[in-house]
Ligand binder design. Structure first.
Ligand code: ADP
Ligand code: MG
Length: 636
């Protein structure tokens, strides 16, 4: 039970000191479709290439002999060994087994079902291996690490990895874990849209609000960023996690199949379907620079088929898919509380925004030409490199970001009530300190339960972590002073520390959120808290009063048992009656009635309490009356 709210601390920078490092630091865009690594050389960020390409396909193949293949070669193997070749693993980051269950129908993967230490998705792959999304991502990171180390000639000192702005604690933690597994010192996680803005040097502008339009292979993200005094704040995010360049490929492939006289699934011939999809992607990409292109594909009969596609035809085919970007954009602008005209600029991110028709669509949607001078494939990695360089040089790297805590963080109180220490939308890094005490006499430890959510009852919030603080000598209820500190660092990761002030006993935990909260869940939890605000408050008040009633009933019962000799006249009966009334009120649901009954019991037992205290003091202070003792205390 909180006895006093002490003070709130918010000391930006404190948790970042350790992140400053020297020397070789790189930025990594760990993408759903492609990943890149970039570094600042001679003051300019550049993407590092391997075999002529900056893009590393985010595909990992697990071979039966135990070897692991990443990138272009893995992508080529996906067709023959779809279950052992994991693509788009980013979609599974920070997800629990239940989330995998939901997507099972959509993916060719096998998921492990046995018991597990961590509540995370595990893929069953060749060689009887089970791998988590963090391990798979770590394979991608290892390749980029090796690429960077070869280029820079030595071990990396630190990296900045980008994540979508909407990633929750669990997804961010999973990304950090992936970095750690790859042997990287992750200096910080950076929001992808913020990285793009940094690559354009927008942080050097006075201020403004920017939209970042990111259309990748399989995802569409829209973010509205506000820049003020060199600090970016994510005002709103939105998008569609099942919309991207891959959908354009499918639209074009459907068109080709029709021209071949084949049904939409290529007559069930997976190899033809795959070849057509590949041809569609090549045609789409070619039409970004050409106005016409031809493709050839082997038909099921083995005969070659040749077809052509013009840019006008492509525009027509992908238009319906592209239109789906409209509603999330309008919503994000609305959520940010601005008008489209109020935007200072629009930044293009993602390979699919190279397409001329996408650029035109964006220009129409926002009513202004988007910024597109920097390669949209590379812009996120380049911005991450800029940030890494700032951090590594001990520069002002820590001022360019501002994120918020997406859901309130708190502790479970007696009776299952959630006490919020850090409120939703507090800017990180942030912290809060609050002091708690024991509920029962002779309690020798605290069970701390850290929860996340907007609701008043723990049962309606998300459990983040539990830990214990023990080793406290038996004390009267209310004597212990447990100081609990919540700190959220710049990456949005929570640490909780507890210290009992009398004994100095300490316990701390770095909260590893139970992986697996989906965006929808975050949204639902916030929505629910509004929907239930009234009954929640009622439930909370009721619980608090019931807990208090139990405490008083217990204490009074104990007093009656030990001090029967101190009772006068009908006092005992009056107290019993007040107790019975309180029991009755407690079984009801009116918190005001319980409060009233508590006050009545207090009233009738006040004199007894006074006599008991006097008696106790008499023993200690050898016969001095309470009044005298009180005087003595106040006069010294
Ligand atoms: P992600 O952020 O998901 O990793 P990317 O930003 O790398 O994805 O975008 C990948 C998508 O961009 C793919 O659908 C790819 O076909 C598309 N793409 C890449 N280059 C071009 C191009 N020149 N023209 C059209 N689409 C392109
Ligand atoms: Mg991307």
């Amino acid at each position: 039970m909180p006895v006093e709210a002490l003070f709130g601390i918010s000391e930006p920078g404190e948790s970042r000191v350790k992140q400053v490092c020297k020397g070789r630091a790189v930025g990594i865009d760990l993408g759903t479709t492609n990943s890149l690594v970039a570094v600042v050389q001679a003051g300019q960020p550049v993407c590092l290439r391997q075999d002529g390409s900056a893009l590393l396909p985010s595909v990992v193949h697990y071979a039966a002999d135990g070897s692991v293949i990443v990138g272009q070669r893995a992508r080529a193997l996906a067709f023959g060994a779809p279950r052992d070749t994991i693509a788009s693993v980013k979609r599974f980051m920070g997800r629990g087994p239940d989330d995998a269950e939901a997507t099972r129908a959509l993916t060719p993967y096998r998921f492990a079902t046995g018991p597990t230490a961590l509540p995370v998705v595990r893929f069953s792959v060749a060689g009887a291996r089970e791998v988590t999304p963090m391990e798979i991502s770590a394979e991608i990171l290892r390749v980029l690490k090796a690429r960077a180390e070869a280029e820079l000639g030595g071990e990396l000192d630190g990296v900045v990895i980008t994540v979508p702005a909407y990633f929750d604690d669990g997804q961010r933690q999973a990304t950090r874990d992936a970095g750690r597994l790859a042997g990287l010192e992750v200096m910080r996680l950076l929001n992808e849209p913020t990285a793009a803005a940094l690559a354009y040097g927008l942080d050097k502008q006075a201020e403004g609000t920017f939209a970042v339009f990111d259309l990748g292979g399989g995802t569409f993200d829209i973010s509205i960023l506000k820049l003020e005094g060199g600090v970016f704040e994510v005002k709103s995010t939105g998008g569609d996690s099942a919309l991207g360049g891959d959908d354009f490929d499918r639209a074009v492939a459907g068109h080709f199949l029709q021209a071949m006289g084949l049904p939409g699934d290529a007559g069930g011939d997976a190899s033809v379907a795959r070849a057509v999809l590949d041809a569609a992607r090549r045609a789409k990409e070619a039409l970004t620079t050409e106005s016409e292109t031809t493709v050839s594909v082997a038909l099921p009969s083995g005969e070659p088929w040749q077809g052509g596609l013009s840019r006008a035809e492509l525009d027509h085919l992908v238009r319906p898919v592209l239109e789906r970007c409209g509603p999330p954009v309008r919503r994000a602008i609305r959520d940010a509380g601005i008008a489209a005209e109020g935007l200072s600029g629009v930044i293009l991110v993602g390979g699919a925004t190279r397409m001329p028709m996408v650029r035109r669509f964006v220009a129409d949607l926002f009513g202004k030409e988007p910024l597109a001078d920097i390669d949209p494939d590379q812009v996120v990695a380049l911005g991450a490199a800029v940030q890494a360089d700032l951090l590594a040089s001990g520069g002002r790297g820590d001022v360019v970001l501002m994120d918020v805590v997406p859901l309130s963080l708190g502790l479970e109180m007696m009776g299952g009530v959630a006490e919020k220490l850090i409120h939703r939308n507090t800017t990180v890094p942030c912290g809060a300190v609050q002091t708690f005490t024991t509920y029962a006499d002779n309690q020798t430890g605290f069970d701390l339960h850290v929860v996340q959510g907007e609701r008043e009852l723990v049962a309606d919030c998300r459990s983040l972590a539990r830990f214990k603080l023990g080793g406290i000598p038996p004390m009267t209820a209310g004597m212990a002073r447990l100081k609990v500190t919540f700190t959220v660092d710049a990456d949005g990761i929570l640490s909780v520390a507890a210290r009992e002030e009398h004994t100095g006993q300490e316990a701390a935990i770095r909260v590893k959120p139970s992986y697996g909260l989906t965006d929808d869940e975050v949204e639902r939890m916030i929505r629910d808290s509004f929907d239930h605000a009234n009954d929640d408050m009622g439930a909370r008040l009721l619980t608090v009063e019931r807990v208090e009633a139990d405490r008083i009933l217990g204490a009074t019962r104990a007093a009656l048992a030990s001090s029967a000799d101190l009772l006068v006249d009908d006092e005992g009966k009056a107290i019993e009656a007040a107790m019975a009334a309180l029991e009755l009120a407690k079984s009801g649901t009116n918190h005001l009635a319980i409060r009233g009954a508590i006050q009545s019991l207090d009233e009738v037992s006040k004199e007894l309490a006074r006599r008991r205290m006097n008696a106790a003091l008499e023993q200690n202070v050898r016969g001095q009356a309470l009044d005298l003792v009180e005087k003595k205390v106040t006069s010294t």
